[in-house]
Each structure stands twice: as structure tokens, then as C-alpha cells.
Write a protein that binds this ligand. Structure first.
Ligand SMILES: *[C@@H]1O[C@H](CO)[C@@H](O)[C@H](O)[C@H]1NC(C)=O
Ligand SMILES: *[C@@H]1O[C@H](CO)[C@@H](O)[C@H](O)[C@H]1NC(C)=O
Ligand SMILES: *[C@@H]1O[C@H](CO)[C@@H](O)[C@H](O)[C@H]1NC(C)=O
Length: 259
């Protein structure tokens, strides 16, 4: 019988990891039902780290996730967890109330919206690792591992699109973005004359220079937009102006790790 504590250092990340390993003999175990985040639910107010801290999770325990429409809980693999980006192995739940049973081994949960997971609050993700060993005589020896990380310290950059020319035809999205490295969470400030606009669009609208029902149009002359993780498409909704070059594509990567 031993209690073992160990730590993992993830290079270049400010991770504060607590591994709580313990085992105890249990003759009959009734799974515990948890409400993640307690009264706050699965939301930015809580953090996976703060909520999980100090709790002992057992494989078979049920986590009930309560969350607003517009967010979700996704069961992901470690790669998706580390990148705050769901992949084809992720399972997304978005009905607002989801019961998930902790699997044996690693359990990774994130909000699939990269900005919520990665930038606004990197801690809205939770990893619980549970291991168990069944030995004869029906005694369970459970090993639990809790880990959490400190808040990521990346400070987003504020850009004026087109610099002194603003979001206007003298610039093109291509010429202005050339050579720049953008991170999710960076803010682009669009300054433009009345009569033009900046529209956040999908790839189809970008390619066609034609807004569609998924486009978000801003026309107040000064608009701050936060870059999402991955593809970001901006156009002027007026087809002739867009076709003349007032369109911009930015592929934002995850913020650089803090030291
Ligand atoms: C989750 O489990 C709890 C407790 O058993 C139950 O009250 C709740 O209705 C369940 N939620 C869903 C969405 O199944
Ligand atoms: C955009 O952000 C900049 C920098 O924070 C600020 O000076 C400016 O007023 C903002 N513009 C709008 C329309 O919110
Ligand atoms: C964005 O960059 C990532 C990483 O380089 C790449 O995998 C992805 O395909 C790019 N997305 C687009 C739309 O170019």
C-alpha cells in the first residue's frame, strides 16, 4: 500500500499539475453523481481545474454538465484537449444537460468553441484521469489523477487593419496580412467609411464575394473583431468592392505558450 505523487512537465506551458494518486479498498462502490461546476454549471465562471480540485473521481462516476445554449461539452482526445480544437474523434453534446460517465483512464472535456476554450478562458476544460485495478476478492483499488493548469497568460495583439489606410481599397487583405502571424484572440480593428462595411463570412461567401445568411455585417465605421481559432474570412459585402480586393483571410493559430 503506497501513495504515489508524481508530476508531468509540459514544455513551455504554465501548467500547474496536481496529481493525486491514491487507492483504497472498496467492497462495493456506488458511483457518485456530480453537477460540474455545482450551481454555476459548465461555464466560464467555473474552471475545470478549480472545480475538479480536491475531488476524487472514480471510473463510473457520472458528471452532469449543465450549460447554456451556444456552448457545449465535448468529449475529446488529448490532442484536441491540448489544441482546444475538436477533431473527428470528438463527441459533442449541446442539449444543455448532459450526463457523462467517467471512463477508465483519461477523460478530456472541453467547450468546442475555440475562443471559449482557448482564449477567453483556457481553463474551461477539464482532464480527469482515473485508473482502477480490480484484484481478486472483488476489491477495487482505484487510482485517481487530477490535473489542472494555471491561466494562460497570452496578451492578445490589437491590430488596425490596413494601418493608416484602414479597411479600404488601397489595401487588400492579402497585402496587409502578408508576413504577419495571427493568433486566436488577437483583435482586428476595422476602420472604414460609411457606405462600406466589414462582414464576417464563411468560405463560400468569401469565395463568391457574396454574403449569405450566415454572414455577420458591421457597418458602423469602426469595428473590433476577435480572431477565432482557425479560418477567419472577412469581406466587404458590396460585391464590386469585394471583387476589387477588399477581402481578407486569416488562419489564426493557438496563442503561443507562455513561459
Ligand atoms: C442526469 O442525471 C440526473 C441524475 O440521475 C437526472 O436528474 C437528470 O435528469 C439527467 N439528465 C439527463 C439529460 O439525462
Ligand atoms: C476598438 O478597440 C480599441 C482598442 O481597445 C479602442 O480604442 C476602440 O475604441 C475600439 N473601437 C470600438 C468601436 O469599440
Ligand atoms: C489553417 O492552418 C492549419 C495549420 O497550419 C491548417 O491545418 C489548416 O488547414 C488551415 N486552414 C485553412 C482554412 O487554411
Amino acid at each position: 500500500m503506497a501513495v504515489t505523487a508524481s508530476s508531468v512537465i509540459i514544455p513551455a506551458m504554465v501548467f500547474f499539475m496536481v496529481f493525486q494518486l491514491q487507492y483504497e479498498a472498496i467492497h462495493s462502490y456506488t458511483p457518485v453523481h456530480y453537477i460540474v461546476g455545482d450551481e454555476d454549471g459548465w461555464d466560464l465562471v467555473i474552471t475545470g481545474a478549480s472545480w475538479a480540485n480536491g475531488k476524487k473521481f472514480y471510473a463510473g462516476d457520472v458528471l452532469e454538465f449543465k450549460y447554456d445554449r451556444g456552448t457545449d461539452v465535448s468529449v475529446v482526445d488529448q490532442e484536441a484537449f491540448d489544441n482546444c480544437a475538436v477533431n473527428d474523434k470528438s463527441i459533442e453534446y449541446s442539449d444543455g444537460d448532459t450526463n457523462l460517465t467517467l471512463a477508465f483512464g483519461a477523460n478530456y472535456f472541453i467547450c468546442s468553441r475555440p475562443l471559449i476554450c482557448q482564449v477567453l478562458c483556457r481553463q474551461v476544460r477539464m482532464a480527469v484521469t482515473a485508473s482502477s485495478v480490480i484484484i481478486p476478492a472483488m476489491v477495487f483499488f482505484m487510482v485517481f489523477q487530477l490535473q489542472y493548469e494555471a491561466i494562460h497568460s497570452y496578451t492578445p495583439v490589437h491590430y488596425i487593419v490596413g494601418d493608416e489606410d484602414g479597411w479600404d481599397l488601397p489595401i487588400t487583405g492579402v497585402s496587409w496580412t502578408n508576413g504577419k502571424k495571427f493568433y486566436a484572440g488577437d483583435v482586428l480593428e476595422f476602420k472604414y467609411d460609411r457606405g462600406t462595411d466589414v462582414s464576417v463570412v464563411d468560405e463560400a461567401a468569401f469565395d463568391d464575394c457574396a454574403v449569405n445568411d450566415k454572414s455577420l455585417e458591421y457597418s458602423d465605421g469602426d469595428t473590433n473583431l476577435t480572431l477565432a481559432f482557425g479560418a477567419n474570412y472577412f469581406i466587404c459585402s458590396r460585391p464590386l468592392i469585394c471583387s476589387a480586393g477588399l477581402k481578407m483571410f486569416i488562419n489564426a493559430t493557438a496563442p503561443p505558450p507562455s513561459v
